[in-house]
Design a protein around this ligand. Structure first.
Ligand code: FAD
Length: 478
């Protein structure tokens, strides 16, 4: 398995789109995945574990960038937006704009078929175990085939689309560009059920057939949130994400021994609208657990001969944990750039840097700011979130933040919000600090280094600021 231009490892969302983009660009592409075609894109034995929600803008981006029009039944249900509710359910902010609940198993098939139609060679049943590195550059991957026999696949560029636990990224030689591991503080442990159910009543705070609901609640989902997303045919996708330290603190303070699994069941019980549930066994995808990162994407996404896309590069949105959209964006742009690099006969860091710049422009430049806000949010207990959502921020300001824009929040601008109570005042002062840091992060990302030479100084500035934020805001769920 030699002489490919581009090897794409992983035929999930990011990988299949990257393979299609590279093949359309004229490259000879090999797309590898461990799964059988019947279960392409399946993340683990537990299925395609996901909330399945994505904003319309990403679906449109894929069409514009790479010419793939996604339609029903992949776009299972259209929603008006995402609504974020305060723990006491008295405040509800509408985020994101219109979007879809996707049929993930069907999506994965459409994407891999598109890659093949675009000219990529698809090879299922190949478990990738690590990168082949020669003279400081990635020149392919090694692993085991269906018979358990070792294989090597060699190519000019390797695109890593293996998801959060990528065996390529973890085994790259220590370097300044791609981190091998993600800190557990930046990971949410998540789980979700897809239920067939009969709504009990019509309380839109608990289930809304037209909106994706997110429940902020540090006792039910410490350091994360719970969600109820509508699906077609009387089904919902319901789940929670929790952060390890927040869960430990919450358990200690509440004298509980809850786990992710027990908390999901409690979240379902808490919801009065969700009754008569039955796990949806279709595609054996009804119940699953997995992890998702909630940090900014890696500071660089490239290394000589190597590009990373999707969850392998920690691309999910730090506040919403939405990773489908960024995986689509990165997949659609990375393959094209890989094909251009091959055509230019230059797969070194300088050429591949174009991908860093393009991803930053398309999505990445707001995520460091959002990471700051996520860390701030995790330092607030339920009372402070309730208070903050009614007094600190207007809905418009909160929406601006979710898009990575920084509203002018100052003591003066909030003078009429009549804040009271010492812990509320402290939390508000902390919000001002967080917003200032978000602004600084956005400014830094707007000056993302134009090439590797300026990278070290830029990275140091980002990391110092993020370190300060982590020192100032500690998880404080209860
Ligand atoms: C519970 C949960 C809920 C979520 N909810 C949402 C949501 O509502 N909206 C949203 O936008 N995002 C959500 N996300 C995140 C989203 O699911 C991911 O960001 C998205 O799947 C990333 O796509 P990917 O292609 O990068 O990686 P993956 O989907 O993980 O695909 C990786 C591919 O690589 C293959 N692979 C892995 N390792 C190997 C190996 N060693 N050898 C060969 N092949 C391998 C896998 O089989 C798979 O096909 C959620 C995540 C979780 C865990």
């Amino acid at each position: 398995m030699d002489n490919y231009d581009v090897i794409v490892a992983g035929s999930g969302i990011a990988g299949s789109l990257a393979a299609a983009g590279a093949a359309k660009g004229g490259a000879k592409v090999l797309l590898l995945d461990r799964n059988d075609y019947k279960v392409v894109g399946k993340k683990t034995n537990w299925g395609w574990v996901c909330g399945d929600a994505v904003a319309k803008t990403h679906i449109e981006f894929v069409y514009k960038e790479i010419g793939l029009k996604l339609t029903e039944p992949v776009l299972d249900v259209e929603v008006e937006g995402v609504q974020v509710l305060s723990p006491d359910l008295t405040r509800k902010f509408q985020f994101e704009g219109a979007g879809y609940s996707l049929d993930r198993p069907k999506l994965a098939k459409v994407l891999v078929d598109f890659a093949v139609k675009s000219g990529a060679e698809y090879m299922p049943h190949h478990e990738v175990e690590g990168p082949i590195v020669e003279n400081g550059a990635v020149v392919g991957v090694y692993g085991r085939d269906a018979k358990g026999e070792q294989f090597q696949a060699r190519g000019k560029i390797t695109i890593d689309a293996l998801g959060i636990a990528s065996t390529i990224r973890r085994k790259l030689p220590k370097n300044n560009y791609i981190e091998n591991m993600v800190s557990t503080d930046d990971i949410e442990s998540t789980g979700r059920y897809i239920y067939k159910f009969t709504p009990k009543g019509s309380d839109l705070n608990y289930y809304d057939p037209k909106n994706a609901l997110i429940h902020l609640n540090q006792q039910l989902a410490p350091g994360g949130y719970g969600w109820v997303f509508p699906k077609s045919n009387g089904r919902i996708n319901v789940g929670i994400g929790v952060e390890k330290k927040s869960l430990e603190i919450r358990n200690e303070r509440m004298k509980k021994t809850d786990t992710l699994h027990s908390l999901i069941d409690q979240y379902v019980d808490w919801n009065p609208m969700v009754g008569n549930t039955q796990i949806d066994e279709q595609d054996a995808n009804g119940k699953g657990y997995w992890s998702v990162t909630v940090r900014r994407q890696f500071d660089s996404l490239v290394f000589p001969g190597y590009m990373g896309v999707g969850d392998s590069m920690a691309m999910p949105n730090p506040i919403s944990a939405g990773g489908i959209g960024p995986a689509m964006n990165a997949g659609a742009i990375s393959g094209k750039i890989a094909a251009q690099a091959v055509a230019a006969n230059d797969v070194g860091l300088d050429y591949l840097w174009k991908y860093n710049l393009r991803y930053n422009e398309v999505y990445g430049n707001k995520t460091a700011g959002l990471e700051v806000f996520r860390i701030y949010l995790q330092s607030l207990n339920n009372e402070l979130i309730n208070y903050g959502m009614s007094k600190f921020l207007t809905e418009e300001e909160a929406i601006a933040i979710s898009y990575g824009n920084i509203p002018e929040i100052t003591i003066a601008s909030t003078f009429n919000k009549v804040l009271s109570g010492i812990s509320n005042l402290n939390a508000f002062r902390n919000l001002l600090f967080a917003v200032k840091r978000m602004k600084e992060m956005n400014e830094l990302y707007n000056k993302y280094p134009s090439g590797p030479a300026e990278f070290d100084a830029w990275k140091k500035a980002v990391n110092e600021r993020m370190h300060d934020v982590k020192e100032k805001f500690k998880p404080n769920p209860v």
